[in-house]
Design a protein around this ligand. Sequence first.
Ligand code: FAD
Length: 454
Amino acid sequence: MARIAVVGAGIAGLAAAHALREHEVVVVEGAGRIGGKLSTSDVGGVDVDEGAESFLARVPEGLGLARAVGLGDEIVHPATTSARVWARGRLRPLPPRSVFGVPANARSLAGVLSAPEVLRAAYDLAAPMPDDDGAGDESVGALVGRRLGRAVVVRLVDPLLGGVYAGRADELSVRATAPQLAGAAGSLMRAVARSVPVTQSPAPVFASLRPGMGALADAVARRSGAEVVLGRPARSIERLAQGFRVVHGPTTDERWVAADAVVVAVPPAPAGRLLADLAPAAATELATIEMASMAIVTTVWPSDGLPSATGSGYLVPPDAGRPVKAVTFTSQKWSHVGAPGSIVVRCSLGRHGDTAVLQRDDTDLVELAVAELSLTCGARGRPSATRVTRWGGALPQYAVGHLDRVARIKAAVAAVPGLAVCGAAYEGVGIPACIRSGQAAADQLLPMLRADRR
Ligand SMILES: Cc1cc2nc3c(=O)[nH]c(=O)nc-3n(C[C@H](O)[C@H](O)[C@H](O)COP(=O)(O)OP(=O)(O)OC[C@H]3O[C@@H](n4cnc5c(N)ncnc54)[C@H](O)[C@@H]3O)c2cc1C
């Protein structure tokens, strides 16, 4: 058996460890627990996710891994997915059949947009085709603004991208975050109409796990059979005559793992530091990937405490000038969450570049969440329990040119036999994409490891 060190016990690193389980795997994790952004804990007697709460069920990796590690019976789907957006002074339904806020037809924008703004959006159907070949990259905001007008960007695209990336439409790469729009080569609405069927498949779009998403990390780690070293940040990766040495822990208590291969599954900043000597070109590129920080304020209310909380939740565009960017009525969306007679709500704060709100203390963040719920849901009284989870460096920002940057990183890493990278920094921040990335890192290494064994 070969010996492999996986650095980082988020879902990407754990998926890599699981895919490499025919070998001896050691996972080196800097924090005192595994899971990274997957963590479930108790709020007022109810288990609620602190970070990711669900995953896409229409791609195979999330469901596949959950089933492979014995969680098939724990898979659940949302009880409601009807989400709204704050627009023109009140909450309004999101247009059906849309991709990141770009709808299949202009009519469905009525309400979220004023009549002149809807007319402007309809110009997308008549606007001339671009004279470039569509191969270049630009921001989602630039493309959608040009085709449908700024109102669509501000009221729909920005809040939706804020929900997934904690990022901004005018900064995020269209090729990396909304490839369905990038390839449109003409009307974006027609492209959406082609890609989103009129009759939606009855198959659920999202899934979660009854015990919470933290259970996925636990089960994957267990089934991988890997040794997991906790509370020991990797400090350097050295290349030896044969294989590598991963040095971890403080200088006063330095230890290392010798390995035939290494998977680096940490966010871009630590990945860049670890690769500085081994793959300097990759390290330089990794250093340019910015992260957005955020906080999740979870509150538990008596069932009559939020009279107008309906549906799965809502989004708030940045131009509303409010600190909360998204609200999930968690116990309405997921029937397995919560206790009878209570409503669990998660409020999300923090967008890329907007750090001031996150400098406020926990009491202030709870007050901001309560004020938001008073405005939109008629909140009465006080929540019976609260929890503030801070995610510093939560989500990588796929800036314009991201896919080319990732190609350069991957090429520089592939030039070092036995080295692979994976995680949210590269080809998707969602859980299935991170799993795919971890499995791809394993696939990259397995042929070499099997050849070495012969
Ligand atoms: C609040 C929030 C909500 C989200 N909601 C969803 C959702 O509902 N659905 C969805 O699909 N996605 C969601 N995401 C995105 C998704 O959860 C993440 O992109 C994904 O979990 C990242 O996995 P990862 O393994 O790449 O990184 P991480 O989870 O960040 O794991 C990296 C690990 O590396 C460790 N590490 C860092 N430096 C070192 C070092 N030097 N040595 C050793 N270890 C180190 C860290 O401690 C961490 O455990 C959400 C993200 C956040 C922040």
